[in-house]
Design a protein around this ligand. Sequence first.
Ligand code: TXA
Ligand code: MG
Length: 344
Amino acid sequence: MLTTVLAPDALGLSTAAAHLRAGGIVGMPTETVYGLAAIADDPAAVLRVFEAKNRPLFDPLIVHLADAEQLGAYVALENWTVPARRTVQALAAWWPAPLTLVLPRRPEVPDLVTSGLPTVAVRVPAHPVARALITAAGAGLAAPSANRFGRISPTTAAAVVEELGDRVAYVLDGGPCTVGVESTVVRVCDDGSLDVLRPGGVPVEALAAVAPVHRGGPAAPDPSPTIAAPGQLPSHYAPRTPLTLVEGPIDGAAALPPRALAILVARGEAEPVVRRLRARGYRVVAACSLSAAGDPAEASRQLFAALRTLDHSGADDIVAEQWPDGTGLGFALRDRLARASRVG
Ligand code: TXA
Ligand code: MG
């Protein structure tokens, strides 16, 4: 199949929406990463999403809504506890945002979307093209990141074509993603507190201002496939080239792999690091920096594109510096780099 990249204008949106309504799947820009969308109420279309990604059916999808008003179609809040509803109300006021809430589902939501769980994940994306597409489609859109399962998330339309080009007819081009890491996924508990299932674009510290937060996340990834956030598998976001993660400066590391290296510098310029490594006899064939200025927002924006570039460089090994600061967006950066470095 040849993929058509659609401009995000009236024609592009109506073409994509018509394809969705006919049961098709569409690459959709969001502020975090590109998604692979299907109408959430259409199980046959949702199955096409799983097939295109080679995604296991036990890993549930996020339903993307045009606004918080649409929540009631997918989520059953009416019989829930008062503290839980209060937390939902406070967090829904943050939308549109890179924040996904895991909430009690309505029975009508297809089991494929939720992997049969009693909950459904929902968010209102901040990208105007995503919301326009949801509105034009007339329903919530179930959309995982538009990459082959376990691979690097796409942050441009071109990256979606690279990942799924033979499997998706249309990709709406909304430009490069402005956040660059996926949404923060939190489960709202009966007592109104929050379980962080995946760190992401909304810092966990901000959530703590609204409700008590239990941090799960990268410290203790659960290796079993039947966990509360099944997508949180130890290996994810992975380049094909083996990636070694280093705490602290790369050129401070005792020994690096002896073969052709691609290096990812966390903060500061890459060039001086490359020079020092070459002076020590290493063969460096490619290098990127996440943020020369050391800005975590810039680093998040660059992360997946940088991993993709280094993966294409022909290097035998990628050596990446771990992001040194675990606060704010640094929590998500450290999580993604740790998972990109794991195998199996
Ligand atoms: O930013 C994002 O969230 C992007 C864009 C496209 O919106 N989407 C995304 O989707 O990252 P995906 O499928 O790659 O990740 C969804 C995560 C997975 O870890 C999944 O297990 C979790 O959300 N999830 C979905 N429904 C869940 C549920 N009912 N309970 C627990 N975790 C759930
Ligand atoms: Mg994903």
